[in-house]
Design a protein around this ligand. Sequence first.
Ligand code: MG
Length: 238
Amino acid sequence: MKDACVVSAKALKLAGELIRPGISTLEIDETVDKYINSQGAVPSFLGYNGFPNCCCISVNDVVVHGIPRADCVLNDGDIVSVDVGAFINGFHGDNAATFACGNVSDEALKLIDVTKKSLFKGISEMIIGNRIGDLGNAIDTFVRKNGFSVVKSFNGHGVGENLHEDPTIPNFGTPHRGPRLQSGMILAVEPMVNLGKEDVEILSDGWTVVTVDGSLSAHFEHTIAITENGPVILTACD
Ligand code: MG
């Protein structure tokens, strides 16, 4: 798992370094695809349920599952979420982050910051004996306290030999409820947070998820192992 997660993390870091006004999301995707293949790995998302590319790249009001396109050119002030996974030696890694393109508004920066911090609020609950509801509740409570909304219709997941495995990890929940966290579980936790209302819809391409109210959305994800010594972030970079 560690090998797959390291390639995933480095691929995500590379995507972040490529983001600048004037680059298309397809150019970012192609460069990251080449990198993953150069490591002897395969992009986890390419062909997954027919997904056509290596990365999901979701700009501004796109929440997740944005399809990279040559005509989607980044502008100064955009926020850009990249979700990418790699498969090697029989296992997948999965991670995501939202990046600022050039100079973004203070509101957008706060959204990015709160979303990233909410992921770490969730990770801090990934202790043996805690439950999935503790994790989700920590994320949702922190996001609501900051005036934003957690997306309820997309979730984190177990990850391993398959990209998506049980259990489902909602980014909200009731404390002390849900499956118990056990040593050896490896979970992809991935809060999606909207600046406005939580409602989302899927566009006619069957993939692109957008906020209904057009507000900005951010997304952070790590693959994390639950161990006797606490949570270990396998997709941590550096
Ligand atoms: Mg995921």
